[in-house]
Design a binder for this molecule. Structure first.
Ligand code: NAP
Ligand code: MG
Length: 494
């Protein structure tokens, strides 16, 4: 069996399934939709388009499992979650290859690192149940006040397709660690890998604690609206995020939103060109065709190094191998689907028609087997006006805008000049410039000379339209998945 056949066999194993009440529930073809491999545009499996009844069954099962799971001693919850992580770790390659097949992201540069990181995130939270502590203090001579942290109930987690395993773990594990039960709605583009992951973890969890209902946006809406859902956690676009927030407001349930971005990369003149180029390539996520919420899509390069930087950048991106996402030497994969290819091309054409200089970095797969695939070459847009759509809107494609700067105040104001505030990257050896700028940028996740992705223990989340709440750390787990109960004790003996 070659790698493609193996990936398709995994897809077939989890085709047409939801995970409800500890079992894989099969659906018939007429209630399923096709899952398409964007590298070949062939159908690789099907996923249920779950309706209200299925969502209700999943939420009911999570609700039934809640009391027992919440009352399970923290160390026992930790033991169970650690056993689930071990099973997950043993299948890292399988999950990564299935995500590559579903989403077109390359195995080597993208999905394997993602899944390895997802395991780390899960293991970090699996060790956390005992940390859901409250506070106590002596309020008056005979009065002790204490707080305990309790789980919220059934958590509804709605996730996108672009890093499905990592985002699954970022939501599911802290929720479970603190004693909640969960219903996950995966993205319609990555239902199979999420299903495989749920099946692997579910074998180690009590029935009903983790449920997955596949489907389209409407399925997510049923989850969000269900009266037994006590918390919503969503990652995705700003428009759907606002919709979820409105539903949550109506029902008065807490919500965490991780939304889009339009992040700046700010390159100072003291940075070696090669370092600037490497940070641009990783920051832009060219290997993922730019489809990351934290992609540094606006590159602010100091005037004095602009020409040599652009020359080297083009050369380095052109050298990256585009092709079969499953191959272990492919560095750049596909966009998620045809609609997204067309949407990205429209942004570029509109910019060209408005007079912006467009530089295309001619990268294409060599194998004709992929001639129908959703591949696009990388695009640099030189100096588009700050108010133009390509600078203001999230394109979610391999398109970076290039801007020159020569004054600190100018770059600070330009970098802050969008509705987004997810992340930013600053490259300079001047600690005072770097920290001053970092303090002034209105974004939630700022890296100085660093290009890390979300890591366990480090809070992640956005300012402005990029979201509400934080993920990935102990403090964010407590904030997002527990509620505080105060107990006051008067122990006066009279
Ligand atoms: P999306 O269209 O907003 O979808 C996200 C999830 O919401 C999917 O499961 C989707 O289902 C579901 N959904 C759609 N309409 C819904 C509705 N009316 N009610 C409830 N759920 C609904 O986002 P996407 O295109 O999958 O992902 C790309 C976006 O995610 C980008 O904007 C990116 O920046 C953002 N993102 C943010 C972060 C972060 O941490 N800040 C990380 C990764 C991605 P369907 O799949 O069926 O539409
Ligand atoms: Mg969508």
């Amino acid at each position: 069996m070659n790698r493609r056949e193996f990936a398709i066999s995994l897809a077939t194993e989890v085709s047409k399934l939801n995970y409800v009440n500890g079992t894989c529930c099969g659906q018939t073809s007429n209630t399923c939709f096709d899952v398409v491999d964007p590298a070949t545009m062939t159908c690789i499996g099907q996923a249920p388009d779950s309706g209200e009844e299925t969502v209700n069954a999943a939420v009911q099962s999570a609700s039934k499992a809640f009391d027992t799971w919440a009352a399970t001693p923290p160390l026992e919850r930790s033991r169970i979650l650690l056993a689930a992580v071990a099973a997950f770790e043993a299948r890292v390659d399988d999950i990564a290859i299935l995500i590559s097949l579903e989403t077109g992201r390359p195995f080597k540069t993208e999905t394997r690192p993602e899944v390895v990181n997802a395991v780390k995130i899960m293991r970090y939270f699996a060790g956390m149940p005992l940390e859901a502590k409250g506070e106590s203090f002596l309020y008056a001579p005979n009065v002790i006040a204490l707080t305990v942290r309790e789980p919220l109930g059934v958590v509804g987690a709605i996730i996108p397709w672009n890093v499905p395993a990592m985002l699954f773990c970022l939501k599911v594990t802290p929720a479970l660690a603190t004693g909640n039960t969960v219903v996950v709605k995966p993205a319609e583009q990555s239902p199979l890998s999420t299903m495989l992951l749920a099946k692997i973890l579910g074998d180690h969890l009590p029935a009903g604690v983790l449920n997955v209902v596949n489907g389209m946006g409407e399925t997510g809406q049923y989850v969000a609206q269900h009266p037994l859902i006590s918390k919503l956690t969503f990652t995705g676009s700003v428009s759907v995020g606002k919709h979820i927030y409105r539903i949550a407001a109506e029902r008065l349930v807490p919500v965490t939103l991780e939304l889009g971005g339009k992040s700046p990369l700010i390159i100072f003149p003291d940075v070696p060109i090669e370092k600037a180029v490497q940070h641009t390539i990783t920051g832009m996520r060219f290997s993922r065709q730019g489809q990351s919420c934290t992609s540094t899509t606006r590159i602010f390069v100091h005037d004095s190094i602009r020409t040599s930087f652009l020359d080297r950048l083009q050369f380095a991106v052109a050298a990256m191998k585009m092709g079969d996402p499953l191959d272990t030497d492919t560095e750049i994969g596909t966009l998620i689907n045809r609609e997204q290819v067309q949407r990205v091309c429209r942004f570029v054409e509109d910019a060209r028609n408005a007079g912006v200089v467009v530089q295309t970095i001619g990268n294409q797969p060599t194998d004709s087997y992929f001639s129908n695939g959703c591949f696009l070459p990388a695009v640099l847009l030189l100096d588009p006006p700050m108010e133009s759509p390509v600078v203001q809107q999230e394109i979610f494609g391999p398109v970076a805008t290039i801007h020159s700067w020569n004054s600190f105040e100018q770059v600070e104001s330009a970098a802050n000049g969008t509705e987004f505030g997810l992340s930013a990257c600053i490259l300079t050896n001047s600690i005072s410039d770097a920290l001053t700028l970092a303090r002034r940028l209105k974004a939630g996740f700022i890296q100085i000379n660093s290009g890390m992705v979300i890591q366990p223990g480090i809070s992640f989340g956005g300012y402005k339209s990029s979201g509400l709440g934080r993920e990935a750390s102990l403090s964010s787990m407590l904030e997002a998945f527990t509620q505080v109960k105060t107990i006051i004790v008067d122990h006066n003996r009279e």
